[in-house]
Design a protein around this ligand. Structure first.
Ligand code: SAH
Length: 460
């Protein structure tokens, strides 16, 4: 059972500092069910690869189990050879400090996204390659996978459930380790140990910062907790509580900063005006949040289809309540649909609309995810009209309650100047053959412009 992690960051041997394992040494660690070995097949300044090899004792693995009917199955087991939940145990034991995101020698390196490649030569994946992609692609990985034959000398026996998997991404090492820690057992779907409340705590700890945003968080949680309904419900409830408390506080803060202008209302009016001028009849609002734009668009009778998408289930619940959909007459109810999904994951449900809107959403994504977002939106969904709005960071100096080094919202990953936004939008337009025009939203200041900036993309 093998996992390798390689980097081309320079000097690549810094990987040894981050993993707290010296590249020149081969080290072994006892586990309950065998041994874990860490060594570096290569360690140069340009490229460095660390390997975690587990040698599992199949006899030790079944010791104490009393299921007589499966006695042969116990001994003829794939566990010693495949990456399973045992790999997660080894990661947490052998790379504990790296997983926790600590490195006393090079603390700045921990926070840095590094070009990393993780390889799992034999990964059991009972639901096939598409499920593997559903788990890793929303997190920004480029995934390569090859299905392994059951036996290469007997091709007729067809394929096994095992994949040889390579994952690429420029990402912090602690994030990569957390993703592997949670998702390897999810793919395997065959945990070797009993799960209880402690497993919820581990899942929430290692899923912090990404699991609540993952479009498949329900499946991940369910499988991680070995399909135990009660534990799954408990874990999802905790994920949602943490998520919504955070969001509510942050939304209130952002509203307070922008309040004097009631900027939000102006944004909705201006976006609606563009959609109306362009005689749009169907709209998909990506990152719809509480459904403010949807509410505004319901007033326009010529828009017959409005779909709101958000990655956060909690936001959709609030939208459902605020829009009072269940109290609308049936023909009105049919106009609106709310679905959970992620903007950084190609999704057939995003296609077929006249227009797509992403209002104050892009700044909630890491910069390195914007390339994927652009493909999802402009290459795959391809509506004729796309409206994107985002804060104009130059304007922040005019918000007296906002400290100069702060962004408007704690969940913002970045805020752009007018030039930065226009550079991005012009590039996207050129790459995917759209035309783009810019408008300001909110009161205009001669020096720093308007508080919000909007790009209107048109195809053809
Ligand atoms: N458009 C709304 C909400 C903006 S807040 C408005 O203007 O009021 C940003 C929203 O984007 C949040 O609801 C957040 O859950 C959602 N979001 C963040 N990342 C996302 C992603 N990857 N895919 C879909 N929605 C996302």
């Amino acid at each position: 059972m093998l996992l390798t992690i390689a980097t081309t960051y320079q000097p690549a041997t810094d990987l040894g500092f981050l993993l707290h394992k010296h590249p020149d040494k081969c080290q072994s660690f006892p586990l309950n069910i065998g041994q874990a070995h860490v060594f570096y097949p290569e360690s140069g300044a340009d490229k460095c690869t660390a390997a975690l090899l587990l040698s599992i004792d199949p006899v030790e693995l079944v010791r104490g189990k009393s299921d007589r009917h499966q006695s042969l199955g116990h001994y003829v087991s794939d566990r010693p050879y495949v990456a399973s939940s045992l790999m997660s145990v080894a990661i947490s034991k052998v790379f504990r400090t790296a997983l926790a995101g600590r490195c006393d020698n090079k603390p700045e390196l921990v926070q840095q996204a590094l070009p990393l490649t993780a390889k799992l030569p034999v990964l059991p994946c009972r639901d096939g390659e598409s499920f593997l992609r559903q788990l890793f692609e929303p997190l920004g990985y480029r995934v390569e996978a090859e299905t392994l034959p059951l036996d290469s000398t007997f091709p007729k026996w067809s394929n096994s459930i095992y994949l040889s998997v390579t994952l690429h991404q420029t990402i912090r090492l602690c994030d990569l380790l957390s993703h592997l820690y949670v998702l390897i057992p999810v793919l395997d779907d065959d945990k070797h140990y009993w799960v209880g409340d402690e497993e919820i705590a581990k899942l929430l700890r290692h899923g912090q910062g990404w699991l609540d945003l993952h479009p498949y968080k329900e499946q991940i949680t369910k499988r991680y907790l070995k399909r135990q309904g009660k534990l799954t419900r408990k874990a999802l409830a905790q994920l949602t509580i943490e998520d919504s408390q955070d969001n509510e506080i942050q939304n209130r803060e952002e509203a307070a900063i922008e309040k004097p202008l009631s900027l939000n209302q102006q944004r909705m009016e201006q976006v609606a005006a563009v959609l109306e001028t362009r005689r749009v009849e169907s709209v998909i609002d990506l990152g719809c949040g509480e459904g403010k734009l949807i509410k505004r668009l319901l007033q326009n009778k010529s828009i017959h289809t409005i779909t709101g998408v958000d990655v956060a289930h909690r936001e959709l619940e609030i939208a459902q309540k605020r829009l009072k959909l269940d109290r609308l007459p049936c023909h009105q109810q049919d106009r609106v649909k709310l679905i959970q999904g992620s903007l950084i994951y190609r999704d057939r449900r995003f296609s077929g609309y006249d227009a797509a809107t992403a209002i104050e959403v892009i700044e909630h994504l890491d910069l390195n995810r914007l390339g994927t977002l652009a493909r999802v939106l402009f290459e795959f969904a391809q509506p004729k009209l796309v409206i994107v709005t985002t804060p104009n960071s130059e304007y922040n100096v005019r918000f007296t309650s906002l400290p100069s080094d702060k962004l408007r919202h704690r969940d913002h990953r970045f805020e752009w100047t007018r030039q930065e936004f226009q550079n991005w939008a012009n590039n996207v337009a050129e790459k995917f053959s759209y035309r783009v025009e810019f408008q300001g939203i909110g009161e205009e200041d001669t020096k720093v412009g308007t508080p919000t900036q909007m790009a209107v993309f048109r195809k053809g």
